[in-house]
Design a protein. Structure first.
Length: 149
């Protein structure tokens, strides 16, 4: 009787350990998958950091970012700018050399004015990504700043 009781306890403890192990493995796999997804999403923007690109490539980045914001259902304010949701919204700012000053425009300003006008004027201009910021909670790219060179 005592051996049967001890073997039941042993199997209960063994089952509990197996369940805890399986739950731990699932948690670790989920965490790793999430990190890999974040890295892949960030890499598509981080590759532009500190390199020169043409205006045609910049407008492609803007179009891609607008599409991503739309797919993520990012809300817009009264001016038509995407609202930071502290999760997965992305903004792009472009600093243009304007006379002796710098004029900053958002991607929404350029997109709403028409990409054709931007391409016509800045297709061969050089731009450089000088800043990338990240959402604190998700570590996803939050904003990029490009400067006209």
């Amino acid at each position: 009787m005592k051996v049967v009781l001890m073997s039941k306890r042993f199997f209960v403890i063994l089952i509990i350990l197996a369940v805890v192990t399986i739950i731990s493995i699932c948690f670790v796999n989920s965490y790793r998958s999430k990190l890999i997804k974040i890295q892949k999403e960030n890499e598509q923007y981080e590759e532009y950091y500190n390199i020169e690109i043409l205006g045609t490539e910049l407008i492609s980045i803007i179009n891609k970012t607008v599409d991503i914001n739309e797919k993520n259902d990012i809300q817009k304010n009264e001016q038509g700018h995407y609202i930071d949701n502290e999760k997965n919204s992305i903004s792009i700012y472009i600093d243009f050399a304007y006379k002796e000053d710098v004029m900053t425009l958002s991607m929404e300003d350029i997109y709403s004015s028409g990409t054709e006008a931007f391409i016509k004027r800045y297709s061969t201009a050089s731009f450089k990504c000088t800043n990338i910021s990240y959402h604190e909670k998700t570590k996803l790219v939050k904003s990029l700043t490009f400067e006209e060179i």
